[in-house]
Design a protein around this ligand. Structure first.
Ligand SMILES: *Cc1c(COP(=O)(O)O)cnc(C)c1O
Length: 401
């Protein structure tokens, strides 16, 4: 297991479905799917290397188990937004190359340098990082970020030669190693748009300026998931895979299966109540839904406190092999499903049965994209916002078997 040490001492206790909390509600994460996606993406981008982006608790999937599985399957790097996230990975014993790119003046650069965390630098960070390295008698590892058009973080083209010069001066003095140059794309999920071409050209120009100034770069990186899947000319030395690592498609109208990816997360809960009701029964706050016929209502014990989007009325739910639809408003802790089309033969028998909100469509589960559409958002947001009250349950934890 490259890049993983002392895992048995540091891994969180995995929940399993016999744990009553996890039996009631869980986000089941299939680590075999994560490993499959890593292998698929690596093959696709070779000879470029793959960074597994595990920020935001691995988009809600659980940072340490996902990072471990990704490294087992051959991911070369880990990536996060914050140094605080990177430190959690290092403290868990993961020693793979690791980049953090979003900092403030309050960021603990000394701890990052001490822990061997590579740091993205857009400008102002260079001097405090060099100072932290000098104070510790260490060499910081830095990736300079050029803004090629996203207008978020990154150095402007105008300031770039000065930033490159300053970094190379610090490198000559032994305070840092200029490891990489990177940038982030704005519209790669819309392959017909022309701006990506301009961003690629601006990136090449920035890399050329750095190399002409004497930079010996190991990692030039630009591609996020949509660019990995649609733009081989963005792969360079390293790609940064986020949503695709989790088996989700970043491209509108193209499914996970069409991309050869397997969605890793299934969100399910045990049905908490089932009852027969007459036609015209109002359902949930506001009574925005009324049953059209005599039917049965199933109560699903997850709500917006668990990250289930409140506006996703009409989202699909799989119960006993049948797709049904959310009925009425989603509340803090629960929502209701009207068991019609078809009405089950014995609704009462469904008490305690699984209601599956989303998962891998290959298993019959609704796709997370159906929930994203119902909530007027994207698959990224739906999985990432699943809350801490929902236990994560890991399937196919290779290290444990
Ligand atoms: C989050 C992030 C990624 C991953 O993007 P996906 O579209 O999820 O693959 C890559 N690079 C940077 C800088 C990011 O912030």
């Amino acid at each position: 297991m490259t890049g993983v040490t002392d895992r048995t001492d540091t891994a969180p206790e995995p929940a399993d479905l016999t744990d009553p909390r996890a039996a009631e509600r869980s986000a089941v994460v299939d680590l075999a799917a994560i490993r499959h996606n890593v292998r698929t993406l690596r093959t696709r981008v070779a000879p470029a290397a793959l960074m597994a982006v595990v920020k935001a608790d691995a988009y809600g999937h659980g940072m340490l188990p996902v990072a471990t599985a990704a490294l087992e399957a051959g991911a070369d790097w880990l990536g996060v937004a914050h140094v605080s996230e990177a430190l959690v990975l290092r403290r868990a014993g993961l020693d793979a190359p690791l980049l953090a790119w979003l900092h403030t003046p309050a960021t603990d650069f000394a701890a990052a340098v001490e822990a061997g965390i590579d740091l993205g630098v857009s400008g102002w960070e260079l001097e405090p990082i060099a100072a932290a390295a000098a104070a510790a008698g260490r060499t910081a590892r830095v990736h300079l970020k050029i803004d090629t058009g996203l207008g978020r973080n990154g150095c402007t083209a105008e300031e770039w030669p000065v930033l490159v010069r300053a970094a190379l001066d610090h490198e000559a003095a032994g305070r840092l190693r200029l490891v990489g140059v990177f940038s982030h794309l704005a519209v790669a999920d819309e392959p017909v748009r022309p701006e990506t071409d301009a961003q690629v050209a601006a990136f090449r120009a920035a890399v050329a300026i750095a190399e002409d100034a004497g930079a010996r770069l190991e990692a030039r990186h630009l591609a996020n998931s949509p660019a990995i899947l649609t733009r081989p000319d963005t792969h360079f030395d390293l790609v940064r895979a986020g949503v695709s690592l989790y088996g989700l498609s970043p491209l509108a109208g193209i499914s996970s299966a069409e991309l050869g990816l397997t969605p890793a997360m299934t969100l399910r809960a045990a049905i908490a109540n089932v009852k027969h009701v007459p036609a015209g029964q109002g359902v949930s706050y506001g009574l925005r839904y009324r049953t059209g016929t005599a039917s049965a209502l199933a109560l699903v014990p997850v709500g917006y406190a668990d990250g289930v989007p409140r506006i996703a009325t009409d989202a699909p739910v799989l119960i006993d092999g049948q797709r049904h639809t959310v009925a009425g408003r989603i509340a803090m802790d629960q929502f209701v499903v009207d068991l019609v089309d078809p009405v089950p033969s014995d609704p009462a028998a469904l008490l305690g049965a699984d209601a599956v909100l989303f998962g891998d469509p290959a298993t019959g589960a609704p796709a997370v994209e159906e929930w994203a559409d119902a909530a007027q958002t994207i698959n990224y947001e739906v999985v990432t916002r699943i809350g801490s009250r929902v236990p994560r349950v890991y399937r196919n934890d290779g290290a444990a078997r």
